[in-house]
Design a binder for this molecule. Sequence first.
Ligand SMILES: Nc1ncnc2c1ncn2[C@@H]1O[C@H](COP(=O)(O)OP(=O)(O)O)[C@@H](O)[C@H]1O
Ligand SMILES: [Mg+2]
Length: 240
Amino acid sequence: MKAGYALEMTGIRKVYPMADQEVVALDGIDMNVAEDEIVALIGPSGSGKTTLCTIAGGILSPTAGRVLVGGEDITDYSPKKLTEFRRTRVGFVFQAVNLVPFLTARENLLVVDELGPTGRSRSDARKRADQLLKELGLEGRANNLPSQLSGGQKQRVAIGRALINSPELVMFDEPTSALDSKLGDQVVHLIRDEMKQRGTSAIIVTHDERITHYADRTVHITDGQITDHDHQFAPAAAAL
Ligand SMILES: Nc1ncnc2c1ncn2[C@@H]1O[C@H](COP(=O)(O)OP(=O)(O)O)[C@@H](O)[C@H]1O
Ligand SMILES: [Mg+2]
């Protein structure tokens, strides 16, 4: 049965307990992402974007509220179940590209597979990795170490790694902030193509209003609250 939504977050609150005070990172978030939808999430530094992504992907649990991915309620999953969920159902691409430095591009994709059983043979996994590298324009780079790749190429390897297990939802946390604007445009274009081709949903966190042109919808977050739900082509923020 189709769930209709890749992600449903209801009444999400996240409080980080600190030594002398609590930090309210998310304060009553209601946000859905439809199947096949790309949502740009925009907000100032410290507004809760990364926290929202980590809760959507089951890295952190919310203090209150519920999280459903593909219609499945993951809110009360045990750490063990969450680990399995993260490995098979969602993907992450972080701002700081955290590739394993001593593994080649291909091995960086395959390492996800080796963390647990996927029911896929080694040779099938390798085929899938090489197919993804090809789609990402990294055909000749499978055997290169991260140190032998440019910033844009490393970010593309990270995208490949996020897609290797065919997740239904991928969180991109400021995927272009370390790239110059031309490369940033290329990477976001590629993200859009890859998502649309697979019918995968995505949240793209960004400071860059231009990136909203690649999204189906833009959501603004301020101080842990969603301030509006714009459609595409949100007016450029005067502050930028
Ligand atoms: N592990 C943590 N412990 C305590 N406070 C945190 C932690 N992670 C984030 N915060 C705080 O929560 C708020 C939201 O942070 P974050 O989600 O990283 O925002 P953004 O990604 O929009 O910059 C900020 O005030 C930040 O300082
Ligand atoms: Mg962040």
